[in-house]
Design a protein around this ligand. Structure first.
Ligand code: FAD
Length: 425
């Protein structure tokens, strides 16, 4: 029997875990809550450049959310994150061009913190949480989860155990394997049939001028292709490292920082695997490893000009006429066609051609296409109720459990789980 107990244990200090912690403690200040994270700095994905979207369905998993439910909860997310909402201009003009091509331009309420400022936001949130009485345990990796005498609990590598009345598991996208193990341990059924696969484009700001009017334009094309995570001002493409391969991502510094006048954004295709479903995650791992294999241990990059001529990019082709900026993430110059499945490439390229008619310039020969950008969320548990409960008093939320696809949706998922816990305590 574990000696240490709390009312609620939350695994993960990302936005999902924080959303749950704040809602619980603000609703009932007497609750004894412990939030645990393996990282040295808390708050998971908030540590990136922290673009926040406050319009449904951005950041929400639409199988678990509807507009009404999301809109009812988003003001509470906003109250904590205190976003500075950005203005948008000329949407009518872009929207009209999009409509003619059967493409949708979504008008989304947005804020952007910047990678250089997100730590300030995190410090404020954590100090508020601690002053409300929530206990925070950092640099402690939860090794497993158990249930005993009807109570859930967590174990650590040193065999220490802590139990609780309710447990919230919010380990994020990178906690995919941990979550899978926990679900198998607890006998929770899950499906893993959706994955987003795509490329990230990097170009000069003047070749994607829409960013002057709309910071992170959300554009939805046929074949489940969409723009995602646009960065500008001082924007950089970065590597997101997994165990034995890397994928591409991007971020930007705040508006106050020196501009590099580059833009990057992802173009992703959502793939829903059907019978015989194996695993979207495993498919993504195969594709990620293949790209890294071809790239000699790194992802690939190719200039649009080379791609159009059916030629692989080489280091030299990044230094000739028209190729007038240095890649911010120097991976291997190569041939995306060798690594991207044909159907995915075809749908991405069709979308890109339409995008070039909506925002002329994106298909400039100097634009770089990086691959792979892959979103490996969602081992989606079989939820028992609308509060994301998977077992007696055990809740699974956030990007890892597939209830969200971004910061605001993750925070909102935490609030929903907290509401369930408050009813059952
Ligand atoms: C480079 C990058 C940029 C991004 N930019 C944006 C953006 O601008 N806007 C946006 O909306 N979204 C962005 N995202 C996505 C966003 O970060 C996620 O949607 C969000 O953080 C998900 O929240 P979460 O709480 O589910 O998981 P996370 O934020 O990933 O938090 C999970 C936490 O759980 C901890 N954890 C995992 N396993 C264990 C364990 N076994 N024991 C203890 N602790 C554990 C982790 O250390 C982590 O702190 C970005 C992601 C990346 C990688």
């Amino acid at each position: 029997m574990s000696a240490e107990t709390h009312d609620v244990i939350i695994i993960g200090t990302g936005p999902a875990g924080l959303g749950a912690a704040f809602h619980l403690i603000e609703s009932n200040p007497t609750l004894d809550i412990l939030i645990v994270d393996k990282a040295r700095v808390c708050s998971g994905g908030l540590l990136n450049d922290c673009k926040q979207n406050y319009t449904f369905p951005i950041g929400f998993a639409d199988e678990y959310w509807d507009r009404e439910g999301a809109e009812q909860i988003l003001p509470e997310v906003e109250r904590h994150l205190q976003p500075k909402i950005m203005e948008k201009h000329n949407l009518g003009q872009y929207g009209q061009r999009a409509e003619q091509l059967g493409v949708s331009l979504l008008d989304v309420k947005q804020a952007h913190v910047g990678s250089d400022k997100s730590m300030d936001l995190i410090r404020r949130l954590m100090s508020e949480l601690e002053s409300l009485g929530v206990k925070v345990l950092l640099e402690k990796e939860v090794a497993g989860v158990f249930t005993r005498d009807g109570r859930p609990g967590v174990t650590f590598a040193d065999d220490r155990e802590i139990s609780a009345v309710a447990l919230v598991v919010a380990p994020g996208r990178k906690g995919f394997r941990f979550l899978k193990e926990v679900m198998e341990q607890l006998g929770v059924d899950y499906v893993d049939n959706i994955v987003d696969i795509g490329i990230r484009l990097e170009t000069r700001a003047e070749h994607y001028s829409i960013v002057q009017d709309y910071y992170d334009p959300k554009i939805y094309f046929d074949n489940k292709v969409r723009t995602f995570c646009t960065n500008s001002g001082h924007a950089r493409v970065v590597l997101e490292k997994y165990q034995d391969f890397s994928v591409i991502n991007g971020h930007a510094f705040s508006r106050e920082s020196r501009r590099n006048n580059l833009v990057n954004f992802a173009l992703l295709k959502t793939i829903r695997l059907q019978d015989p479903v194996r695993s979207g995650h495993e498919m993504a791992v195969y594709l990620g490893r293949l790209a890294n294999e071809i790239g000699g241990g790194k992802p690939l990059m190719q200039r649009v000009g080379d791609f159009r001529m059916g030629k692989r990019s080489k280091d030299e082709t990044f230094n000739q006429d028209l190729y007038d900026f240095e890649p911010t993430c120097k991976v291997t110059a190569g041939d995306l066609g060798l690594a991207i499945p044909a159907k995915i490439m075809k749908h991405l390229w069709t979308a890109l051609k339409k995008l070039d008619s909506i925002v002329p310039g994106i298909l400039h020969p100097g634009t770089i296409m990086y691959y792979p950008e892959i979103k490996m969320y969602a081992n989606k548990p079989a939820f028992r109720d609308e509060y994301f409960q998977v077992g007696d008093n055990i809740y699974m939320i956030g990007d890892g459990a597939g209830t969200s696809r971004g910061i605001t949706g993750a925070w909102a998922s935490g609030i929903r789980a907290a509401r369930g816990i408050l009813q059952s305590l």
